[in-house]
Structures are given as structure tokens and as C-alpha cells.
Write a protein that binds this ligand. Structure first.
Ligand code: ATR
Length: 276
């Protein structure tokens, strides 16, 4: 019987997840369908009832439900628990298990472009919101030792570091402090919404002190190349946009559900095609 998967969010109509997962199901010859469900906050409980009733095999969770969903699940994976957000749920014979594949998706994408032993590297993360937290804790859980966090509100960076359940050497920095010592880092990861459409003229950080050869990643994919990435490229950086993270968070979820590895490149092509 055809298996049902999906994504819940509010809004959800522009989600690229259905076309990405349905392409992967078709390519692997799996009898499955992935649907976008528009679920409001007050309907989460009833959605969970529907998951059990209809035997929905798994689903993604997007804005604004990633934290709220947690109380409705039977078990939370330890990394998702540390991050405090779930973006993927597996229905394991009626037991609903929550995972967070955002951080893993980022790391997979990073390693596809930057073939470095990241554990040894000195990394700067810009921003201290939900995306930063997923990436920071995932890198820390993998044993990366040196990650600084720069944020407009330095206290938020400090609190992210204090709550990190993994051993790590980290400093909280203001944006200016980070810009003033940028040559220290071999990778810079931009996780704020600065530079996203329609505010494409904004940059989160001055790049004067960026070393050539630094890996610079921006999790934004609209536009595909933010002003921040263009400036980094001019300084000789290896740049990466947010498409890789998006595709790989989906691929990791797909693997949790089906135990199969989808073709990352064709998922990426579909997403790039949709983004135009
Ligand atoms: P997400 O879940 O996408 O990471 P978030 O939790 O709202 O989003 O976090 C947004 C991040 O972008 C924060 O680091 C925020 O900085 P503050 O903690 O100081 O608010 C940062 N951010 C957003 N808009 C910003 C702006 N105009 N200038 C500087 N930082 C900004």
C-alpha cells in the first residue's frame, strides 16, 4: 500500500519539500507520496491524531511548529532535544519519534563542498537563533572543538554557549569583535536572515579581514547568492548558499524514513529549478 509522508507548517504553500521528496520516491521506485499539510498551531493535537489514524509514515515540521510539536511525540532523539526543535518525525509502528536533521543537513552539505576534517577547524557562526542553535549543537556533538558565536545581541550568543550540552571551546562575540578577528577562522557560517529577499542590500558582517580560502556559507537561498557571499567570493573565499542545507536536511529525513539514500544531485536540481 502506498505510504504517506508530509510536511506541516503555517504557511506551507511555498514549501519545496513535496516536489523534492516525491522526485526521490519516484527515482527509487518507492510507493509513497509526500503532501504539504497546512496546520495551524491550534490543530497540532488533531493532526497527530490523524497521523495515527491514517498511519502517516513520517513527516517534516517547519515554521512555526518545530518546538511545539515536541510535547506531542513519544520520544525525542537526544540531539533534537538539545537543539530544542524537531523538524522530522518518524512513525515507528505507532511510536512517534522526533529528530532534528537541520544541523546534520548543514554539515553534510558543508562536507560535500569543503573536504576538510572539520573537527580540527576554527569556526565562526554568525547569529544565535534557531538555525544557529541547530548547526552549533550538531557541530559540537560531532566533536568540533572551536566554534565562536557572533550576534547582534551578544547575550543570546552567550546563552547558546552556556546551554550547549557538548564539550566545546567557544566565545560569544559582538559582530564588531568577530569582524575584527576574522582572519582567525577557516570557516564562517551566516545563519541570520540579513540579506534575504527583499533586503538584499544588507550584510551581517564586514569582511575586510577575511582570509582567502576561507569556507563561507550562508544558509539563505533567496537570493542564491547574497551580497555577503558575493563579497566573500571577491576576497577569495570558497562560498556555499543555503540550497545544500535544505536539500540535505531532506535527504537525512528521507533516510530516517526509508533507510535509503536519495540522489542528492537530482533533489538539488529540482530545488534550483523551482527557485528559478
Ligand atoms: P532562525 O530561527 O531563522 O535562526 P531567529 O531565531 O529569529 O531565526 O534568529 C534570527 C537571528 O538573526 C538572530 O541571531 C538575530 O539577532 P538577535 O539575536 O540580535 O535578534 C539575527 N538578526 C535578525 N535580523 C537582524 C538584523 N537586522 N541585524 C542583526 N541581526 C539580526
Amino acid at each position: 500500500m502506498e505510504k504517506i509522508y508530509g510536511v506541516i507548517g503555517d504557511p506551507i504553500q511555498h514549501s519545496m519539500s513535496p516536489i523534492m521528496h516525491n522526485t526521490a520516491f519516484r527515482e527509487l521506485g518507492l510507493e509513497a507520496h509526500y503532501h504539504a499539510f497546512h496546520i495551524r498551531k491550534e490543530s497540532i493535537r488533531r493532526y497527530i491524531d490523524a497521523v495515527r489514524l491514517l498511519n502517516i509514515s513520517g513527516f517534516n515540521v517547519t515554521v512555526p511548529h518545530k518546538t511545539e510539536i515536541m510535547e506531542h511525540l513519544d520520544h525525542i532523539d537526544p540531539l533534537a532535544n538539545a537543539i530544542g526543535a524537531v523538524n522530522t518525525v518518524l512513525n515507528d509502528n505507532g511510536r512517534l519519534i522526533g529528530y532534528n536533521t537541520d544541523g546534520m543537513g548543514f554539515v553534510e552539505a558543508m562536507q560535500q563542498e569543503w573536504k576538510q576534517d572539520i573537527v580540527q577547524e576554527n569556526i565562526l557562526i554568525v547569529g544565535a537563533g534557531g538555525a544557529s542553535r541547530a548547526i552549533f549543537y550538531t557541530l559540537a556533538s560531532m566533536g568540533v572543538q572551536h566554534i565562536d558565536i557572533a550576534n547582534r545581541t551578544k547575550e543570546k550568543a552567550q546563552s547558546l554557549i552556556e546551554n550547549c550540552p557538548f564539550t566545546i571551546q567557544s566565545s560569544a562575540l559582538s559582530i564588531e569583535e568577530a569582524a575584527g578577528q576574522l582572519e582567525k577562522y577557516s570557516a564562517v557560517i551566516q545563519t541570520t536572515s540579513i540579506g534575504m529577499h527583499p533586503n538584499t542590500e544588507e550584510v551581517p558582517l564586514k569582511l575586510d579581514r577575511l582570509k582567502a580560502g576561507t569556507f563561507v556559507s550562508d544558509i539563505i537561498y533567496n537570493p542564491l547568492e547574497t551580497l555577503f557571499l558575493s563579497q566573500a567570493k571577491k576576497k577569495g573565499a570558497i562560498i556555499q548558499n543555503g540550497v545544500g542545507m535544505f536539500v540535505n536536511q531532506g535527504a537525512v529525513a528521507f533516510n530516517l524514513w526509508t533507510k535509503k539514500n536519495p540522489n542528492i544531485q537530482s533533489m538539488k536540481n529540482i530545488v534550483l529549478d523551482k527557485l528559478g
